[in-house]
Design a protein around this ligand. Structure first.
Ligand SMILES: Cc1cc2nc3c(=O)[nH]c(=O)nc-3n(C[C@H](O)[C@H](O)[C@H](O)COP(=O)(O)O)c2cc1C
Length: 224
């Protein structure tokens, strides 16, 4: 049997917790977020503490940490404008996305500095990254400070998807064509080139519904 080392989180400092979480919660999708700064400076940065959290309406959440006690440009712009765009990272744009993770001052536009071609948002002021085949225009729903205040969760409602016909047939996004990039622990990424498929399993024990009705009342959330 394998030996295990047990690490209690009581007294675990933030860098150690970060190292364990980013190694254990894998693979992570990457939100390459574009925002517009107060004086019109476009900003682009990657965030992998990210996922979708609801689909009616479609909502996403991203955790943006403080940097040296200060808000990162993305967080500051989202708070100021209430808007952002999530661009999906693909094998073709991995290196460019990674460059955007470097620390640039708030006056520096990563898209300008790194020659990233942009398209205008249609529902929000933030731009979209032309080389990304999937963009989600988002309006900030709320932000929630977490724990000791290093982390804040930004929840956005997706107002529109923009989908390249290279990856979208009008109904499904083709994962193989999309070639999404995942974030692993440490300096590692994964390209998803080995997709396995399984048909959905249905036991027949209950009728199949593609849509689940919301609870009858707002309080009826299943909490006990
Ligand atoms: C792949 C990748 C994932 C990242 N994920 C996060 C994250 O989830 N939260 C976070 O605060 N920073 C994350 N970072 C670091 C930010 O991208 C970095 O601090 C960046 O400089 C922020 O830019 P900004 O100041 O323009 O917003 C990540 C970096 C990389 C390269």
């Amino acid at each position: 049997m394998a030996d295990f080392l047990t690490v209690s989180t009581a007294g675990l400092d933030a860098p150690d917790a970060y190292r364990l979480l980013t190694g254990a919660v894998v693979p992570r999708p990457i939100a390459w977020i574009t925002t517009l700064g107060p004086n019109g400076v476009s900003n682009a940065a990657p965030f992998s503490s990210y996922n979708f959290i609801a689909h009616s309406p479609p909502m996403v959440a991203v955790n943006i940490a403080l940097r040296d006690g200060e808000l990162k440009d993305t967080a500051r712009n989202i708070r100021a404008t209430g808007e952002f765009v999530i661009n999906v990272v693909t094998a073709d744009t991995l290196d460019l996305m990674h460059e955007c993770g470097a620390e640039f001052g708030p006056e520096v536009s990563e898209p300008e500095r790194l020659n990233i071609a942009l398209l205008p948002g249609q529902f929000v002021g933030a731009p979209r990254i032309a080389a990304s085949p999937v963009h989600m225009e988002c309006r900030l729903d709320r932000w929630i400070p977490l724990g000791q205040g290093i982390n804040t969760l930004y929840i956005g409602e997706v107002l529109a998807f923009h989908l390249s016909t290279d990856v979208y047939d009008g109904r499904h996004i083709d994962s193989a064509r999309l070639r999404p990039v995942a974030r692993l622990g440490g300096p590692h990424y994964a390209l998803i080139d080995n997709i396995v498929s399984r048909a959905a399993r249905h036991t027949g024990a209950r009728p199949r519904h593609t849509h689940v009705r919301p609870p009858a009342s707002a309080d009826d959330t299943g909490r006990s």
